[in-house]
Structure formats: structure tokens, C-alpha cells
Design a protein around this ligand. Structure first.
Ligand code: ADP
Ligand code: ZN
Ligand code: ZN
Length: 721
């Protein structure tokens, strides 16, 4: 009797592969194996053993098991199997996501301690050739380090492996076992405030098994403090915990806040780790070490074996959803993972997602409110500033400039928020109305003032901005609309004595630049911060007393049904940066629609009332979260091909209990010369939708289609359009 196993490979194929198990070898699900595949040898993961061998086919044999234990423990496997089915992504690719890159490539599952280096006692430059400048620099750099320094840190500081080896050959430096981090004394947590205590007592305890709580805590109410207390109170010494945070919030400040109280139990997980760091952390988690992992969305796929609690901070943040390929939601997987482990999950936010809020009204989640700021800080006062037919300079009205001046004169700090989702600056001809468009996309080119370039934000096209109108050669050709650069220039010209600091993707590209900016701001001296979405998130600016929103209107009239929700979340988050210290904060929102109900409701600051309002609108039109939604997206060399493909898919789905909208061209119908269209599928129930989608995927995989055509399924899409 031959033994067989069903194996997943890291391939974009919606199928598994059967192999024979070599005689005398025992395998269990989750184990890594090596298998022959065509003429290659690949790493595979056992999904099942003892499968019925197909008649008349001789199965090939598994070459070897890579280790005698399952790399993926049962709950991790179940989670990824569920995710593969739910998001319609090939199982092999999903399972392999739970492995660190080294193990995907078939490396042994053991940590090779990274070597650390230190200068030898008696080493001097004299032993180096005069022209060996870099080696000299490295030697003196190493001498200045208080302790042995890991190879990757040395390389990150700009030195090469060759330079390290040369110094070793000359016996100027030596390899040491990396000194274990001196266990820093672990501090005691500050006591909770009375308001925090009440909220804390309402959180479900792990004794209840699975539970999900939505912690609605206004900005500055101290949600992190609650997470820390929750872990301290409930996490057993031998248990693991997962804290998911948006990428942009995973700063050294956040990590050190946790490390102060949990010391060496804290591990981080994010995209900037190198392969050896990933392997080491992965192994610790897999071994069951009682770590607390602070990580970005992919940390939910890690092989925890003793999970005691999960926290998702800023649970509304759209970065928890992957935007390409395997389009999973890290937050939703976290809730499912908690369910698998029968442990609690805390979702925290000052602006909860409509989905999570709905789950509290339906009784699935417990709603816990924390509506007081810590200490003397008060929530800021929000005011609308109508800018209809008022002269603007750099997007700012006279009255706004006046308000900024008052704050600066009082030696306070101001934050100016430019909502990029609204308007970006373009070059326009005031004679013929010509606006430059991207030749490859249906999109306008954005004007970048610093280098006088026109760039497309949907592909990588760029060109020098012409001096006169390319259409009619008029000289009345100049930028219109808002951009951070232009606002920055106007502010700097108006306030020449005050530092104006721009915070956007361009100004924070280099490592450590955001820390430098934060240091300046934390010094407390008056300054004006100008920035985009990046400024809205997470940071604590205790001396900012005024927040200006340059234009709020972008999200009010969008085709995307989620735009109003995202607009108020962004505006409340950015407002929350004001008045965190002793100075009461104010928020000025410039708008052309000061009578809009949503903006007026925003000024009350009562987010849950707004959420209730949005929820009732969604109920009225039966949109998510009241029904399940998925998109089938297609792109091809021509729009006809995309639409024809979607039409055929639609005809297959018709007659089933689905509502189908489209196919329609996407809002940006052409991007990088690809023509994009979509079909929206809506269903009363998630289950039937999932079954229809699975059948559809199998059909679409097999169907003949134009070579240029690519398609994708997006379940629970965050953007429709
Ligand atoms: P949130 O994430 O809810 O906006 P934070 O957790 O960042 O708020 O807390 C805001 C500030 O209040 C932080 O500087 C934090 O250290 C401080 N803080 C929160 N809770 C307490 C407490 N119980 N005692 C002292 N300081 C606290
Ligand atoms: Zn013109
Ligand atoms: Zn383009």
C-alpha cells in the first residue's frame, strides 16, 4: 500500500499536487518537503496525507522532508486555508506567505546567529595602507561603538562586507558572539486614569474564550495605555500576543513604549526586516517563545502556537488591506485568528470602520467607549471656514492666515493639512483652458514646483513643464489647485521668521527623516507643519494648537461609496493632532460647502453619531456592511477586450442569487496604457458569494483569453471605481 500526500507549491495555480511518500517516512500536514516538479526540485508544504491515489497514474515520490516537524502549526494552516478560500487566492501562495523568505527557498529552519564585530584592543590605523580610507573609517567607527556591532548594522551604516573582511585579515577587528542585549530594567505601567479604568473594566476577559471588542477611544484618550494594561493583566507568562499597527505607526517611539514594560518579550515584524532577522523572529514564534509581536498586516500570518490575545490598533486604517495580489484584510484575518485560538481581540480606533461599528450594533462585538482625553487636554473645537469666492493664496484664505499668525505670535505650533485626495496642482492655460494630461493614463499630470516637472501619479510618466501653453502658445499658462509645495512656499513667504516644515512622501523618503522632523516639533519652538495624509496618523504633537484643513471637499462628492467615511476619518484623525498638550486646540476646516450636513455633524466631534448616519444611508441602499461585495477587475490592451471578458463572466453568473453591476470602465479607465474595467457583485450572504466566486475563478482560469488580459478578484473591496 503506497502512502500519498497532497502538496501545496508556491505557484499561482489554483490546485495542489499529489506525491508518494517514500517508504518509512512519516509526514504530517504543515511539514516542508522537497519534491520533483517537471525538471525542477521545489519546496512544498504538506496539506493532507493519505489521499486516495488516482488510478492509472504513477505518482512521483517526495524527495525528502526538510525537518521532522510541521513548519506551519494547525491554526496557522487553518487561517491561511480559510483566507485562500475567502479571498479567492491560490492556496499554495497563501500558505507560503506564512514562511519567512529563507524557508520558502528551502534553507534549514535554524537561526544562524548573525556575526558581530568589534575592534581589537591594540588596533591602530598605522597598520593600514594610506589609501584605505574606507577601512580606516570603518575601524574608527567600530572603535567608537560601545559594544560589538552586528554585520547588518555595519552594512546599514554604509560599509561593505569586503571592508569588514579586509580588516579581519589584518587582524584589526574580530568576530564575537553577539552580546545578548543587556536586559533593560522593565518599568511599571503608569496607573490608568479613572475614565480609562472604566473602559478597561468593560473589556471582555480572556476567560470567555473568543471575544471581540471595539475600543472607541477619541484621539489622545490613551488607547495604547489600555492595550498595555490589558496585556499585563491577562497575558500569561507562557503566552504570545500579536499587536497589529498600520505601517506608518510602527515607529521606534511606538516600539519603545512597549519595550519599556515588556522588555525582551517584544519583537517587531515589518517589511524592512532582512531575511535573517525574519528567520530568527519566525523561529522564536514557531518555538512558542512567549513573545509579544508588534507588526504590520502580514504579522497576522505568523506561526503563533500559544496566542493569548490580539490587538489591532487604528483598526479603520485602510493599509490593513493589501492592495495587490492576495487582497486580504489583516484586521479581518486577526479576528478570524482570535476565533480559531479562542482568545480575545481588541480593535481600537478614534474613528472605527463602519464595518466594525456595525458589528457592535448587531451584538457581535462589544463596544467600549473612552471619550475623555488624558490629563488637562481637551478635544479641539472644530470650525468650518467658507472659502466660496474668497481670494486664496496657496490655498489659504486671509482669515486662515490671520488665525495662523495669532498662534505663531503666541509661540505655538500650527499644522496645515493638504488633503491630496481632493485636488492636486495642475498646469492650466487661462486662454484656451488646456490642462496637461498623461499620454498613457486618463489622468491629469501633477505639477511639481521644485523641479518644474509634470508627473503622472498613476504611472511613472514625467516631463518638463512647458513655459507656454502647448495648445495655443499663450503665456497665461500657470499652476492651479493645491499642493503641499505651493502652500509651503506661501507660508514661508508670509512667515519668514518661522520654520515651515513639509511632511509628505518626498520629504520623508530617507531613513530617519521623520525622526528628525519629530525632534524639531518636540522641541516645542513655534513652527508650521505642512503635509498630507502622513500627518494625520498616530503622531503626538503636544505643542500644536491649531490645525488647518486646506480643503475638505474632495471626499464629499466622490463616486466611491466609502469616500464620506474616509473623509471624516481623515479629518477627525488630523484634528486629533491639535491640543494634545495644555494649550486648547482649534481646527479650521476650509470648505466651499459649509452647509453640507456631514461637515456640520463633523463639528460636533461625535464620530459615533456620524457612523450611525452613514450606516443608515448604507442600509437604505443595501451596500456593505449590509450586503457582501466583490469586484472582478480586468485590464487589457483595449477596452473592448476588458469589457468582453467581463460580459462573458457576467453571463456565467446570471440567474444566480447575485446582483451584478456593470461591466463599467474604471474611473481611471486607462492607466499606463492598460484599459481597466470592473464588474461589481453583490450578495445578501457571504457564503453564496464565495461559492459563486470559486466556481467563476475555475472557469476563468481555463478560459481562452487575449494574451494581454489580466483579471483579479477583490473581496470586500475598499475602493470601487
Ligand atoms: P491615543 O492613541 O488614544 O490617541 P495615546 O495612547 O497616544 O492616545 O496617549 C496619549 C498621551 O497620553 C500619551 O502621551 C500617553 O503617554 C499619555 N497617557 C495615556 N494614558 C496615560 C495614563 N494613564 N497616565 C499617564 N499618561 C498617560
Ligand atoms: Zn492655451
Ligand atoms: Zn500616467
Amino acid at each position: 500500500m503506497i502512502q500519498t500526500a497532497r502538496i501545496a507549491l508556491s505557484r499561482p495555480l489554483r490546485r495542489l499536487f499529489d506525491y508518494q511518500i517514500p517508504p518509512g517516512v512519516e509526514l504530517e500536514p504543515g511539514q516542508r518537503v522537497r519534491v520533483p516538479f517537471g525538471r525542477q526540485s521545489l519546496v512544498g508544504l504538506v496539506v493532507e496525507t493519505g489521499v486516495e491515489p488516482p488510478a492509472n497514474i504513477t505518482l512521483r515520490q517526495i524527495t525528502e522532508a526538510l525537518e521532522p516537524w510541521p513548519a506551519l502549526p494547525p491554526e496557522t494552516r487553518q487561517l491561511m486555508q480559510w483566507a485562500a478560500a475567502y479571498y479567492q487566492h491560490p492556496l499554495g501562495e497563501c500558505l507560503f506567505m506564512s514562511l519567512p523568505p529563507a524557508l520558502r527557498r528551502g534553507r534549514p529552519a535554524e537561526a544562524t546567529e548573525e556575526p558581530a564585530w568589534q575592534a581589537r584592543r591594540a588596533s591602530t590605523d598605522d597598520d593600514l595602507p594610506a589609501q584605505a580610507h574606507r577601512q580606516k573609517a570603518l575601524l574608527s567607527w567600530l572603535r567608537a561603538q560601545p559594544e560589538p556591532t552586528s554585520q547588518s548594522t555595519i552594512q546599514a551604516a554604509g560599509y561593505s562586507l569586503d571592508q569588514i573582511r579586509n580588516l579581519e585579515r589584518r587582524q584589526l577587528i574580530e568576530k564575537t558572539a553577539q552580546k545578548a542585549q543587556a536586559a533593560a530594567p522593565v518599568e511599571k505601567l503608569p496607573p490608568l486614569t479613572p475614565a480609562q479604568n472604566i473602559a478597561f473594566s468593560e473589556l471582555p476577559s480572556p476567560a470567555k474564550g473568543f471575544s471581540a471588542a471595539l475600543l472607541y477611544g477619541i484621539t489622545g484618550s490613551g488607547k495604547t495605555e489600555i492595550y498595555l494594561h490589558y496585556l499585563e493583566r491577562y497575558l500569561e507568562p507562557d503566552q504570545q500576543a500579536l499587536v497589529l499597527v498600520p505601517e506608518i505607526n510602527l515607529t521606534p517611539q511606538t516600539v519603545s513604549r512597549f519595550t519599556r514594560y515588556f522588555g525582551d518579550r517584544i519583537r517587531v515584524w515589518h517589511s524592512a526586516l532582512n531575511d535573517s532577522e525574519r528567520l530568527q523572529t519566525w523561529l522564536r514564534i514557531r518555538r512558542g517563545d512567549p513573545v509579544i509581536v508588534i507588526g504590520t498586516r502580514s504579522a497576522v500570518t505568523l506561526p503563533f502556537t500559544a496566542l493569548g490575545a490580539i490587538v489591532v490598533d487604528e483598526e479603520h486604517d485602510t493599509s490593513f488591506k493589501q492592495g495587490e495580489g492576495f487582497r486580504y484584510s489583516g484586521r479581518d484575518l486577526a479576528v478570524y485568528r482570535a476565533h480559531l485560538n479562542q482568545c480575545p481581540v481588541l480593535l481600537g480606533s478614534a474613528t472605527p470602520s463602519i464595518e466594525s461599528y456595525q458589528n457592535t450594533t448587531s451584538g457581535k462585538y462589544t463596544l467600549v467607549r473612552l471619550e475623555e482625553r488624558v490629563g488637562d487636554a481637551r478635544p479641539p473645537a472644530l470650525r468650518l471656514q467658507d472659502i466660496r469666492s474668497r481670494p486664496l493664496e496657496g490655498g489659504l484664505s486671509n482669515r486662515t492666515i490671520q488665525a495662523i499668525r495669532e498662534r505663531i505670535n503666541r509661540k505655538e505650533q500650527v499644522l496645515v493639512f493638504v488633503n491630496r485626495r481632493g485636488f492636486a496642482p495642475v498646469m492650466m492655460c487661462f486662454d484656451c483652458g488646456h490642462i496637461s494630461e498623461c499620454p498613457r493614463c486618463d489622468s491629469r499630470l501633477t505639477y511639481h514646483r521644485r523641479d518644474r516637472a509634470l508627473r503622472c501619479h498613476h504611472c511613472d510618466y514625467q516631463t518638463a513643464a512647458p513655459v507656454t501653453c502647448p495648445e495655443c502658445a499663450s503665456e497665461a499658462y500657470s499652476p492651479v489647485g493645491q499642493g503641499t509645495e505651493r502652500t509651503e512656499d506661501v507660508l514661508q513667504a508670509t512667515f519668514p521668521e518661522t520654520p515651515v516644515i513639509r511632511v509628505d512622501r518626498d520629504s520623508t523618503r530617507t531613513r530617519g527623516s521623520i525622526d528628525r522632523i519629530l525632534n524639531t516639533v518636540n522641541s516645542g519652538a513655534p513652527c508650521i507643519l505642512v503635509g498630507t495624509q502622513m500627518l494625520a496618523k498616530g503622531h503626538d504633537f503636544p505643542n500644536v494648537s491649531l490645525v488647518v484643513v486646506v480643503n475638505a471637499d474632495g471626499g464629499l462628492f466622490s463616486v466611491d461609496f466609502r469616500a464620506p467615511e474616509q473623509l471624516i476619518q481623515t479629518l477627525l484623525q488630523v484634528s486629533g493632532r491639535a491640543g494634545r498638550g495644555r494649550i486648547p486646540g482649534a481646527v479650521l476646516i476650509q470648505t466651499c460647502h459649509s452647509d453640507h450636513p456631514l461637515l456640520n455633524q463633523l463639528c460636533t466631534g461625535d464620530y459615533l453619531a456620524m457612523a450611525e448616519h452613514i450606516l443608515s444611508e448604507r442600509r437604505a441602499v443595501q451596500l456593505p456592511p449590509f450586503r457582501a461585495m466583490a469586484l472582478l477587475r480586468a485590464e487589457a490592451a483595449t477596452m473592448e477586450e476588458s469589457l468582453a471578458f467581463l460580459d462573458e463572466a457576467k453571463s456565467r453568473l446570471q440567474g444566480q442569487d447575485l446582483e451584478i453591476w456593470g461591466p463599467l470602465p474604471a474611473v481611471i479607465a486607462r492607466r499606463a496604457d492598460r484599459h481597466r474595467a470592473q464588474l461589481v457583485l453583490v450578495s445578501d450572504q457571504k457564503g453564496p458569494l464565495q461559492r459563486h466566486l470559486s466556481a467563476l475563478c475555475l472557469h476563468l482560469d481555463d478560459r481562452k483569453k487575449p494574451a494581454s488580459l489580466k483579471w483579479q478578484i477583490d473581496v470586500d473591496p475598499l475602493e470601487t471605481g
